[in-house]
Design a protein around this ligand. Structure first.
Ligand code: B12
Length: 326
């Protein structure tokens, strides 16, 4: 259970400059300023010369937030929401009833910097440095933000450079393999929720691009869904047989090219004719981001342009708001 943060246990006198806070918390000055600006996690007072001065209370709140993100895998916005609940509980104001779904940072300058560092480390085949960058990204920004804003764009950028002939195929393979290995190891240590709604995920028939779907499987498992990941190039007949046997709440499929998007359309048509209880059909992928008009051909719900955006969409589809009586 999350430790309670009690603001009143700490002094609120301005004592520490930003360097001292960096050293004590391990957070960089850029992160401290970003958290302060975006989430108002603390309000350091100013010295006469205008420098920030942090109190014991600020320092404790920053330590507390870092532990939630690093040890419990919360996104920074979730951790701040919990902190505010604790603050509200201790000063008697009402606390929100539910934890928000993870938010991917809207102003991701720190993650973009880490993404560039990751690209450089991977192109230099420097695995130790890449590990270090990923640890920092997970610790400071939470799992969903780190995957969406550091790992995925690094892979896309390296892939694009490969296609432009700027990096070798060996570099691209090394980077893709490294990332897949990391993602798989994280998926493997994420508990399977037997009681959660069952979701079946797979790439469209003929499609071999699976990184985004592995990311989505990981995110949804972290949300408490029972995720069954079928992998690349899922043949229609096998999929239908499994849907009839397992009766999942939703099947989610991705397509990258126009050809595999056409195959996905076909799958959606077959799923739409299955007898009740019929699973919902959700889809996404590069093909539907590039060509928006393709989306209307699928019998199902477009889940958004990124794996992280699909988390909210899946939640909304499986738990539609109650109809307004009257
Ligand atoms: C690695 C790679 C491969 C690997 C895939 C290995 C694997 N295990 O996944 C291999 C070697 C198998 C491969 C094969 C091919 N590839 Co390829 N490949 C790539 C590459 C370099 C990276 C893809 C990747 O992992 N990106 C990282 C992920 C995170 O990004 P993403 O897939 O775009 O996903 C984001 C969004 O699109 C979205 N999303 C994706 N899926 C889903 C699903 C849902 C439900 C949701 C909500 C969102 C979502 O969310 C993600 C962000 O969060 C890209 C180039 C690039 N720069 O991306 C080319 C690329 C995708 N490939 C391409 C091509 C043409 C091919 C081949 C046809 C090449 C060939 N001539 O043989 C074959 C096709 C095989 C097939 N039928 O699937 C083209 C596609 C062009 C197009 N029409 O759009 C690209 C864009 C390269 C290019 N610039 O030409 N490829």
């Amino acid at each position: 259970m999350t430790e309670i943060f009690r603001a009143e246990d700490y002094q609120n006198h301005p004592l520490y400059n930003i360097k001292a806070v960096e050293q004590a918390t391990g957070l960089t000055a850029a992160t401290l300023r970003a958290w302060e600006r975006r989430y108002e996690v603390c309000e350091p007072q100013r010295s006469e010369s205008g420098y920030r001065l942090y109190s014991e209370r600020d320092m404790a709140a920053l330590h507390w937030l870092k532990r939630r993100v690093k040890d419990e895998g919360l996104s920074i916005s979730q951790a701040v929401a919990v902190l505010q609940m604790h603050r509200g509980a201790s000063n008697g104001t009402a606390a929100p009833a539910v934890m928000p779904a993870p938010q991917v940072d809207a102003e991701p300058s720190a993650q973009i910097d880490l993404c560039h560092q990751l690209i450089r480390a991977l192109l230099a085949f420097d695995e130790n440095h890449a590990d270090h960058i990923l640890s920092e990204a997970f610790a400071l920004h939470g799992v969903e933000s780190a995957c969406e804003l550091v790992i995925a764009p690094a892979l896309v950028e390296i892939g694009d450079r490969w296609h432009r002939g700027e990096v070798s195929v060996v570099s691209e393979h090394f980077a893709s393999h490294y990332v897949r290995r990391k993602l798989e190891s994280m998926v493997n240590v994420t508990a399977v929720h037997e009681a959660g709604p069952m979701l079946i995920l797979g790439c469209a028939p003929g499609d071999w691009h699976e990184v985004a779907l592995v990311l989505l499987a990981f995110f949804l498992r972290r949300q408490g869904y029972r995720v069954i990941y079928l992998g690349q190039n899922v043949p229609l007949e096998n999929l239908v047989a499994e849907l009839e046997r397992l009766h999942p709440a939703m099947v989610i499929m991705s397509a990258t090219t126009d050809e595999t998007a056409a195959a996905l359309v076909q799958v959606s048509q077959v799923v739409a004719t299955l007898p009740s209880p019929r699973p919902l059909f959700g889809f996404g992928g590069r093909a539907f981001n590039r060509n928006v008009s393709l989306r209307a051909r699928v019998h199902g719900s477009f889940l958004g342009e990124t794996a992280a955006s699909a988390i909210h969409r899946v939640q909304a589809l499986l738990n539609p708001p109650a109809a307004n009586p009257g």
